[in-house]
Design a protein around this ligand. Structure first.
Ligand code: ADP
Length: 486
């Protein structure tokens, strides 16, 4: 423990080859209270990243042939410990990222469910046996682990995203080097600590915290990494893809979104307002699946905007750990500046700020921003084309369903899309014709199950889907073997 002012904060080291190492640390600051240090986290060097990759490589032969009962047991024990400690870990998540405590605990439970799911999947590793076109020959199709996996994660789901990458990687017999976002490394550190104590052999899972440009880049530059799974910005995603092509290795890349929520005249107004409120502003709008474009037909437009603005005015923005808080702070000063810049850009582009968008004072100094709603937006505006990643949404008025669908698809992104309607015909047409990886009817664009595929199209995603049984597409490689029956 190290003393900083009035309270003690723990030192959290990197895990390389089964040993906790590191001597330089960075403070993890609570965005609800900038005077509070959540913990001190080691910053790795490029050499540390190389050592971690070497440790993962050395551990691969053993782990890739380990028994499925051992893998399943470690993943299950990890799920159970996360669940047992959900209040403590959920509070850590809220302190380092700024989600409300209920959001933090819910995400922690989800991480436990993901480990539990892959604990079961470890026992269900299967292949196929087929007859050959050549009589007397047997064909087997099996899945083998890919090798050393580099995992690079963002801050906005600081426990769920590391969980949904680490759990399948280990389940299928890969070894791992994980690099969490520098803003919120605490939850990843906690998962790694739990897995380590639950008996993972040294080197199977390595943790290197620190700067993306140094530690993350070292993973991308290494010829000894067999696959990189990344979630983050479009710019970094592009680097991951380019490095993957250079090394001829597999990449799984999840990036941004500019997700549309269509509201038709025949929608249930109450449902549409709650769906928009949740999708646009919960988790402080910091979800890649957030609804940032609300595309609303003429007949319901004015009633929808008025009702949503009224509902937004009741939202309580504040300290993430206060029970009455519904919207926590923005994660850090850089993201807050980006949000405020886009609000200014929206006004300058001629959009009408219906409500919110101002900084809020609370008893503690934090990054508190009132969720902002723009009306009179045009599809060409920057606030309707570029991902803001904050509690900012805009309404585009359209004539009818056909125009709504065209506007919804008129984006470079394609992660999630939603529609609020009571028309079976329009719901079915939208599900069929929306250019997105995930589609929601009368549900928020954000908020997905953990056991089914997650991912998008166009500039939102690259490579195989994440989560559920589809995760095997990235984390395993297929072998076709032929044997003469003799
Ligand atoms: P965000 O805007 O969500 O922070 P980033 O793409 O910057 O998105 O960050 C996502 C993750 O990618 C973080 O863990 C970050 O440290 C890492 N990262 C940033 N730059 C690089 C890079 N050049 N190479 C590898 N990883 C990087």
């Amino acid at each position: 423990m190290k003393s900083t002012g009035s309270f003690d904060v723990a030192l959290h080291r990197n895990l390389i080859g089964g040993s906790w190492v590191g001597s330089t640390f960075l403070p993890n600051i609570n965005p609800s209270d900038l005077s509070q240090v959540v913990g001190e986290f080691a910053t790795a060097t490029a050499d540390d990243a190389q050592a971690a990759i070497a440790a993962a490589r050395a551990a691969f032969p053993g782990w890739s042939r380990s028994g499925i009962l051992e893998r399943s047991r470690i993943l299950r024990d990890t799920a159970q410990e996360i669940l047992r400690r959900k209040d403590e870990i959920g509070a850590l998540l809220s302190r380092e990222e700024g989600k409300t405590l209920s959001e933090g605990i819910a995400e922690t439970i989800r991480a436990a469910q993901i480990f539990e799911f892959f604990s079961g999947e470890a026992l269900r590793l299967a292949g196929e046996v087929l007859a050959s076109v050549r009589p007397g020959v047997e064909v087997q199709v099996t899945r083998e682990p890919l090798g050393v996996i580099g995992i690079i994660t963002p801050w906005n789901f600081p426990i769920a995203i590391p969980a949904w990458k680490i759990a399948p990687a280990l389940c299928y017999g890969n070894t791992v080097v994980v690099k969490p976002a520098e803003v919120a490394p605490g939850c990843t550190w906690t998962i790694v600590d739990i897995l380590h104590r639950n008996g993972l052999p040294p080197g199977v899972l390595n943790l290197v915290m620190g700067k993306g440009s140094m530690v993350g880049q070292a993973l991308l530059d290494s010829p000894d990494v067999d696959g990189v799974t990344f979630t983050g910005s479009v710019g970094t995603g592009r680097r991951v893809a380019e490095a993957g092509a250079r090394h001829m290795r597999r990449s799984q890349i999840e990036m941004g979104g500019k997700n549309p929520l269509v509201v038709l005249d025949d929608a249930d107004l109450g449902v549409a307002v709650e769906v928009a409120l949740n999708g646009s502003f919960y988790s402080t709008g910091q979800r890649c699946t957030a609804s940032s474009r609300l595309i609303v037909t003429d007949g319901i437009h004015d009633r929808f905007v008025a009702a949503l603005a009224d509902r937004m005015a009741t939202l309580r923005v504040g300290h993430a750990l206060e029970p009455e808080t519904q919207i926590g702070p923005v994660v850090d000063a850089g993201q807050l500046e980006q949000d405020l810049d886009y609000i200014a850009i929206g006004k300058a582009e001629g959009a009408r700020l219906v409500g919110g968008g101002d900084l809020i004072e609370r008893p503690t100094r934090g990054h508190f921003l009132a969720p902002a709603l723009f009306a009179d937006c045009a599809p060409r505006m920057r606030i309707m084309r570029e991902e803001i990643f904050g509690p900012v949404a805009g309404v585009i008025r359209v004539r009818d369903y056909d125009e709504a669908l065209a506007v919804a698809n008129g984006t470079e992104f394609g992660l999630s899309a939603g529609i609020c309607t009571t028309s079976l015909k329009h719901a079915a047409h939208f599900r069929r014709n929306t250019e997105a990886g995930m589609v929601m009817v009368n549900l928020p664009t954000a908020g997905v199950d953990f056991h089914v595929p997650f991912g998008g199209r166009k500039a939102s995603s690259f490579g195989p889907r994440e989560q559920g049984r589809y995760a095997a597409e990235f984390f395993t490689t297929v072998k076709t073997s032929y044997q003469a029956a003799g």
